[in-house]
Design a protein. Structure first.
Length: 256
């Protein structure tokens, strides 16, 4: 296996691992050799995925985790450490969207988006950094945090102001945290995906509007669930030792 895809010896935690991109990445990371903790609120789903990883010979644990709660995040990291060892690699992937005109969205919807997509990433990264530093990341240089942002951070669109603003927020948060922890041996990078068919986008791409959207992209196709694997595994690997504070777009040219 190439060094860029080798996660042997790494202890990873991924948030939002009960469905979509997170569920897929958890399996890809386990295949790459990592011990993986899957965090999400729906533990009946993460438990199934963890058990399929274990059946395939990997090491995986499902933990309840609500990224909007610091206590829940701390408990998830503690459980991960007790079962699999100190976490040295984190993918902050949990996210939600609420579409609608800004003036139509209820305060509760706006809070859900910002609390999950922005505060949730910050709380996850903080817990990760504390554990990494305590385990000696400054000396080992092995700390890795990958934030899943979105190309909406660079675009303007109808109906996703809060989502796009939260994703623009985590893009800069990633750079800030990279700066804050650069001497602590922790690398923080952001991946900004284009559209991928998951629960988050629902069946919108089967509607007339969705089909028209796909046809407006240069390659006239939506990306598959494995589109982010290479970039996320690279950022998590030893090969990315000199890469921190960067943002990379993986969108099949959708935003061009
Ligand atoms: P899904 O809806 O399939 O997955 C979202 C995940 O986030 C679920 O596992 C959900 O788990 C978890 N989640 C939501 N709220 C919380 C919470 N409070 N605490 C813990 N976990 C939570 O969507 P995707 O797989 O598409 O999205 C994954 C990431 O990718 C998101 O950050 C999204 O913004 C981003 N993204 C997706 C794109 C796409 O086109 N699909 C494009 C660009 C970015 P549970 O409900 O069990 O807690």
């Amino acid at each position: 296996m190439s060094k860029t895809h080798n996660l042997d010896g790494r202890t990873c935690l991924i948030t939002g691992a009960s469905s979509g991109i997170g569920a897929h990445l958890a399996q890809a990371m386990a295949k790459a050799g990592a011990r993986v903790t899957l965090g999400a609120r729906r533990t009946e789903l993460t438990e199934q995925i963890a058990s399929s990883i274990r059946e395939a010979g990997g090491e995986a644990l499902a933990v309840p985790m609500d990224v909007t709660s610091e206590a829940s995040v701390a408990e998830a990291f503690e459980r991960a450490e007790q079962a699999l060892g100190p976490v040295d690699t984190v993918v902050a992937n949990a996210g939600v969207s609420r579409y609608g005109r800004s003036t139509d969205l209820a305060e509760a919807d706006l809070r859900q988006v910002y609390d999950t997509n922005l505060l949730g990433v910050h709380l996850t990264a903080n817990a990760a950094a504390r554990m990494m530093m305590a385990a000696g990341s400054r000396k080992s240089g092995r700390g890795r945090i990958v934030i899943i942002g979105s190309i909406t951070a660079q675009l303007t669109g109808q109906g996703d102001a809060a989502y796009a603003a939260s994703k623009a927020g985590v893009d800069h948060l990633g750079r800030q945290l990279a700066r804050e922890w650069v001497r602590q041996g922790i690398n923080v990078n952001v991946v900004q995906p284009g559209y991928i068919r998951t629960e988050l986008v629902g069946d919108w791409f089967d509607s007339e509007g969705g089909k028209a959207q796909i046809n407006s992209w240069h390659r006239r196709r939506i990306m598959g669930i494995d589109a982010l694997d290479d970039m996320v595994l690279y950022f998590c690997s030893d090969a990315a030792g000199h890469v921190t504070g960067s943002t990379i777009t993986v969108d099949d040219g959708q935003s061009l």
